[in-house]
Design a binder for this molecule. Structure first.
Ligand code: SF4
Ligand code: SF4
Length: 120
């Protein structure tokens, strides 16, 4: 298992603070939701832009971190000019600094097997 340095932990927390701050002015109005391709396909409010706004405001990153395509459709619709993609990218960077593996990746499978004591 990779050991995470204190510096990386601090940097990750700073990035999550910055990601959360992107939504300080978001009213959670949902005007951006219908344009979101992730929401259209997955039919889950949590993966749409408003879901991102709510979760990243609370620094909950696991569920939404890799569902956003970074298409910026929600940003173009937002009347308050909320830069959601900036927040998602900062949260992804924090996710990596925290030593988390991309869900479904080979790296995650190997890491999961190691934790279970299995050989890959
Ligand atoms: S990002 Fe903009 S459009 Fe979307 S919920 Fe927040 S304020 Fe509304
Ligand atoms: S940038 Fe992400 S959250 Fe916004 S519309 Fe595109 S996929 Fe949805």
């Amino acid at each position: 298992m990779v050991k995470i340095s204190e510096q990386d932990k601090i940097e990750a927390e700073n990035l999550l603070e910055e990601a959360s701050a992107v939504f300080d002015n978001c009213t959670k109005c949902g005007m951006c939701k219908d344009l979101c391709p992730s929401f259209k396909v997955l039919k889950d409010e949590a993966v749409g832009p408003r879901g991102h706004a709510i979760m990243l405001s609370d620094k909950i990153i696991d569920k939404v971190i890799y569902t956003c395509t970074l298409c910026q459709a929600c940003e173009r619709k937002c009347p308050l000019n909320i830069k959601l993609c900036d927040a998602v990218l900062k949260a992804r960077e924090a996710f990596v600094l925290k030593g988390r593996k991309i869900p479904g990746s080979e790296e995650e499978k190997v890491s999961g097997n190691e934790e279970k004591g299995l050989k890959s």
